[in-house]
Ligand binder design. Sequence first.
Ligand code: GAL
Length: 648
Amino acid sequence: MKLGVCYYPEHWPEEIWADDAARMKALGLTTVRIGEFAWSRIEPEPGRFEWEWLDRAVDTLSGAGMQIIMGTPTATPPKWLIDAYPDVLAKDAHGRVRNFGSRRHYSFSSTTYRRESARIVEAMAQRYGLHPGIVMWQTDNEYGCHDTVESNDDDARAGFRVWLKERYGDVGSLNTAWGTVFWSQEYRSFDEIDPPLATVTEPTPAHVMDWRRFSSDQVAVYNQMQVDVLRQNIGAVDTTHNFMGHFTEFDHYPVAAQVNVSTWDSYPLGFLEMAWWDDQTKLNHMRTGHPDFAAFHHDLYRGMARAGRFGVMEQQPGPVNWAGFNPAPLDGMVRLWSLEAVAHGAELVSYFRWRQAPFAQEQMHAGLNRPDNVADQAYHEAAQVAEDLAALGDIGNAEQADIALVYDYEAHWAHEIQPQSRNFRHDRLTFSFYSALRRLGVNVDVISQHHALDGYKLVLVPSSPMISESFVERAKKSDAHIVAGPRTGSRTENFAIPEALAPGPLQTLMGIKVALAESLRAGAEHAPSGGDDIIWREFIETDLTPLEVSSDGNGTVWQNADLTYLSAWPTEETLIGLVSDLYDGTPIVSKPIEGGLRIRRRGGYIYCLNYGPEAADLDSVLDGSLAGRYVLGSSLLKAGELAVLTAK
Ligand code: GAL
C-alpha cells in the first residue's frame, strides 16, 4: 500500500524542487505522478525536445527516494501541433470545432492524432523507460473528461462506417437489425450513414447504441496504441490509466484489461454536488461525500482491474474548483477517504495535488500545501494516514466477496437512449442496490455481466436490458442466486424487444413474461415496505404467485430457487429484506445500519467509517462475535471519524 501525490515541476521554480521532494518523503509519501500535461515544455517546437528540465526533475524526485509515475502528455497537445494539424480537434454534434485553449482537445478517431501521440509516447519511453526511479506509466489523463468521447469529425464518421461494415457485413442486415423501415430511415450503402447527432427528434435507438459502442471502442483503440508503444520500448512495465467517478460514456472494462493497474480520481464532494441525490442528502453529506460513492467506485475499479490491482490516482484534498458549490471537507475526511480505499483493497492513494497553484484554471483547487507553501489540512491528514498504515502493518489482500453487483456500461446507455421515465436512472437504481448491501455490512464485488460467476452466492443485476444468454448459462452452472431488477432482459443486442418479450433470456430461469410496463409519477403508487414510491412497474404473465405485491395487488417480487425478479422499482428496504433472506454468509452487523456509518472487511481488519451527519456507536451495530480489538479509534465515532478493529 503506497501513498503518493500529483506534482507539476513545470509549474514551480526549480530551486524549490529539492525541498518539495524532501518534504514529500518526510511526509510518508512514496510515489509522485508527473508529466501528464507537460507536452509544450517537453517539445516546445515540432521535433525539438527539451528534456533537460524533466531529466533534472526526475533525478531530484527519485534522488529523494520518491518513486515516479510518469504520465504521457497526450491530454494536452500543444498549440503548434493543433495549428499544423487542425484535423486533430474534435467536433461537436453539429460539426463545429471544439477549439484549442483548455485541454482534451482531440478526437480519439483522428488518425493524425494517433500518429502524433505514438510519437510523443515513444520519445518519452525512450528517454525515461529504463530510469530506475520510474515505477509506472499513466496513459493520457481521464479519458472522456469534459464530454470528449464522441466527436463528429471526418475521421470518426469514416471510422464509424467501417466499424458498421465489419459488424453487419451488408447494409441490408444493418437495416433489419436497426429497424430502419420505421420512419423511412433505410440506407442503400454504409457510405450513407452518419452519426445519429443533431437529428430533429429521437434517432433510431439501435443506431445510437452502435454509435456509442463505436465511440467507446475508439477510446480502447487509442489506449491500446499507447500501451503497445510503452511495452515495445520499455518491456514489461506497469501501466495505468486514471479513470473518473460517475463516468459512463465509454466502456471501461476493455480499457482496464489493457493496463496493469486500474486507478481512478476520487473527488467525493465534487461528485456529490454533481450527482442525482436530493438537496437534503447533499446538505447532510456536503463535507463528507455520500457514504457509498467512493466505495462503489473502489469496488467497480477493483472488479475490472487485472489481478484486482487498483488504486486512487487523485484524491480530493480540500475544496475543488469545478462543482456548482465547493465546500471544504470536514476535518478528518481526507484520512477517512484514504482508509476507505485501503478497506477496499487499493494499492495506492495519491493526493491531488502537492501545492495549490496560484495561477490558471485550478487556482481555487486546494492541495496538500497552500500557494504560500504552508502545509494545509490535507497535508496533516496524509501524515496521519501514513502513521495509520504503519500501525496496521500487514493489511492483507482484498478477497473475492460473496456478493456481486452487475454493472454494465451498455445497460447505462440503453437507459439513457430510451428512458421511458424521467425518473428511471440506471445509476440511481444501481446505487440503491449498492447502498442496501453496504447497510448490511457485506463486502461487494462490482462486475460486468461477462465476468465469471464462480464463487458468488448472490449476484444482483439492478437493471441490464441486454442481458446475454451466456450470462444465464453461467448463472445456471454457478451456485449463485440471481436477483434481477426491472427491465433486465427487455432488449436484444440490437435494441429491440425480444421475441418472447422481457425478461428475455431470464425466462429459462423462471416462467414469467412482462405483458406491459408503465412508468409512474412520484406519489402514484407506494411499495408495501414503505420508502420510495414505485416509479416503474411491470405486469407479469405467469402461473407463479408473487412474493410481494403493491397496494393495488399487482405482483412486484417473484422468486424461485434460482432467480428473484423485481417487476417494480424496488425500495432500499425491499432490497435489504431480500438480501437478508437470501444471503447465508456471516454478516458483520447485527442489524441494518441507519445513517452514515459504513463498515468493510479486508484481511484481518474491520474498517468502520462514519460519514455522518450523526455520531455512531459501534457497540450497537457490530456483531459481537466478530469484533476484536481496536487498532485505530474507538467504538464511538463522530461524523468524519473512523475505527479499525481486528476481526475475530
Ligand atoms: C481531475 C483531473 C486533474 C485536475 C483535477 C481537479 O479531473 O485529472 O487534472 O483537473 O480533476 O480536481
